[in-house]
Structure formats: C-alpha cells, structure tokens
Ligand binder design. Structure first.
Ligand code: RP5
Length: 151
C-alpha cells in the first residue's frame, strides 16, 4: 500500500488471505514518498517468491501501475477511497493503464480490497488444489450465510 492511512482498507485483503491460509507480506511502499523502496520491492518480488501483488493506493494512485511496470507478476490494484474525491481519482488513476502494462483493477475501498484477495486466491488456486478447495469452501459458506427470508 502507498501509505499507512491505506491500512484500514487494505487489512480487508490481509484478513481474507489469512482466512484462506495464503502466506503474504504487508508493505508500505509509496510511489511518491519512497520511490526507491517501491522500485526495489517491485524488481525483486518475483525472485523473492511473491506470486501475486495487491497494490492499494489513493488519490493520484500511481503505485499499482508503477509496480506493474517493474515486474511480470500479476498486479491487482485497489483504489483506496480518498477524502477529496471519494476514490474516483484513485479508480481512474489505477484503471486507465495504457496497453502493455496491465493492472487488474478492483472496486473502490473495502470491497475492492476483499475482492483483490479473493482474486489473488483464485489465481494461485489454478496451481494449488488444496487452496482451490479452501476457496470453494469459503464461497460455499458465503452462499450458505445468505438468508432465504429478510426476517
Ligand atoms: C497515496 O496518497 C496513498 O496511497 C494514500 O492513499 C494517499 C494519502 O497518503 P498519506 O498522505 O496518508 O501518506 O499515495
């Protein structure tokens, strides 16, 4: 994520990864304030065993696109809800990548962070039968939790 202030949103992704038993690390790597840290993270991610990157940022949210430019790994972008423009700035900054450097962009805010983790799980599960089983169980539990009647 681009800032500690993004954590209340991005922890939704971390919680899903924890629930599904997916090893992960959480890092603050700002495209603006710590560009060298961001570049080092992105350039070494694949060699460090990372397989999917979830990048959350708000406002002028360059982070997902910048990371995507420095790694071949799949990058999932989460637009964090900004105060000034309610996250529309974040969304447009992340989703409008030029052809050639993709960022899979999720919804603004906590729903996007949650879904980024689920999408990362689905990507990893294509090569991990045990994880695929846990993901299917998670989805079934979600379905089972939906009441048939409102009261
Ligand atoms: C972005 O600017 C961050 O991702 C964060 O959403 C926003 C505000 O950053 P801080 O002022 O909290 O560092 O780079």
């Amino acid at each position: 994520m681009g800032s500690r202030s993004d954590w209340p949103t991005m922890k939704c992704a971390a919680e899903v990864l924890d629930t599904l038993g997916i090893a992960h690390e959480t890092r603050i790597v700002s495209a603006h304030r710590t560009p060298d840290r961001m570049a080092d993270f992105a350039k070494t991610a694949a060699d460090n065993g990372i397989r999917v990157i979830i990048a959350g940022a708000g406002g002028a949210a360059h982070l997902p696109g910048m990371i995507a430019s420095m790694t071949w790994l799949p990058v999932l972008g989460v637009p964090v809800q900004s105060k000034a423009l309610s996250g529309m700035d974040s969304l447009l900054s992340i989703v409008q990548m030029p052809a050639g450097i993709p960022v899979g962009t999720l919804a603004i805010g906590e729903a996007g962070a949650t879904n980024a983790a689920l999408l990362a799980a689905a990507i990893l599960a294509t090569n991990d039968d045990a994880l695929a089983g846990r993901l299917k169980d998670w989805r079934q539990a979600q379905t089972d939790a939906v009441a048939d009647q409102p009261e």
